[in-house]
Design a protein around this ligand. Structure first.
Ligand SMILES: Cc1cc2nc3c(=O)[nH]c(=O)nc-3n(C[C@H](O)[C@H](O)[C@H](O)COP(=O)(O)O)c2cc1C
Length: 278
């Protein structure tokens, strides 16, 4: 099969990158050349965009995002909406989620891809340790993704590679797996709206050495210095800056958040935790 795979993802805490790596290894083992773009780096998008246009109908775009407040991340959705029309190309959206709810991220990615003319060759959701619970002794999704999750992704790649016609993929309705009521509720609350209820971050100016690490680890390029770190509107609230500040100079109280995340997990009790759609 003339399949030209391109992998695009955003992964502030590294789990979606892990899944993208499994896709990449599996595709390479099946003999394909793979082009990869991490949207959370300052990597130039142009070479991958050229590859995408060049591949035309042979393109198979594997595109991954973590679930934030039930949605896919803005850099991923923006990337899709800036793509040219690609009628007849195929795509495989995938998400990682932290055990609260995988929300409507896969559905929204699938819908946006279909609007660009893609057929959905498959999709995957993968359970992962909840990246906002790094201070907890027993975070949701601890130990995931594990080798079974990796095998599941390898299996998805094998099944896609075996297909003679990628157009015979999945229907978008397969990705609308939340109840109608939950879907409608999730649609109403954007990440932008939810940001107003996220724990506030404060800079301890006595501790901050203006070392720039917070800005380097920010996948949204949202931190500037004046002279201490300030957070721009494109901040996606990944809290990488808080986690990775070597001086612990960015202070955030996450104690309330943990309870809210666990409550949501209890409310949805989402099953299966990891799943491929093919
Ligand atoms: C601001 C924010 C919102 C999140 N919202 C959800 C959510 O709605 N449901 C969920 O299960 N996990 C949620 N998570 C957890 C992430 O989806 C999960 O940890 C994911 O694997 C992180 O991917 P990454 O390691 O590639 O960054 C959220 C994390 C952050 C930082």
């Amino acid at each position: 099969m003339a399949l030209k795979p391109v992998i695009i993802y955003c992964s502030p805490a590294g789990t979606t990158r892990h899944v993208a790596d499994v896709f990449e290894d599996s595709l390479k083992r099946s003999g394909f050349d793979v082009f990869v773009l991490d949207l959370g780096t300052r990597q130039n998008h142009d070479p991958v965009l050229s590859k995408i246009k060049e591949a035309d109908q042979d393109l198979c775009l594997f595109i991954g995002s973590p679930v934030y407040v039930s949605h896919a991340l803005p850099p991923v959705m923006n990337f899709i909406s800036n793509l040219p029309e690609l009628n007849g190309a195929s795509a495989v959206p995938f998400v990682t989620w932290g055990g609260a709810s995988s929300g409507i991220a896969l559905y929204e990615m699938g819908k946006a891809l279909k609007e660009k003319g893609f057929d959905l060759a498959g999709a995957a959701k993968v359970i992962a340790v909840h990246c906002m619970m790094w201070r907890s002794d027993n975070p949701l999704g601890q130990g995931r993704p594990n080798s079974e999750d990796d095998n599941m992704i390898q299996n998805l790649v094998s099944q896609i590679c075996e297909k003679t016609d990628l157009k015979q993929g999945i229907d978008l309705s397969v990705l609308a797996y939340q109840t109608k009521a939950a879907h409608a509720e999730m649609e109403k609350v954007s990440l932008e709206k939810a940001k107003g209820h996220m724990p506030k971050r404060e800079i301890d100016e006595n501790l901050c050495t203006q070392c720039n690490i917070c800005s380097d680890v920010c996948p949204a390029d949202a931190i500037s210095f004046s002279p201490y770190p300030e957070f721009g509107s494109q901040c996606i609230s990944c809290f990488n800056c808080v986690k990775q500040c070597p001086e612990q100079a960015i202070i955030a109280d996450l104690s309330q958040l943990e309870g809210r995340i666990r409550q949501r997990s209890e409310q949805f009790k989402e099953q299966p935790l990891s799943c491929i759609y093919i």
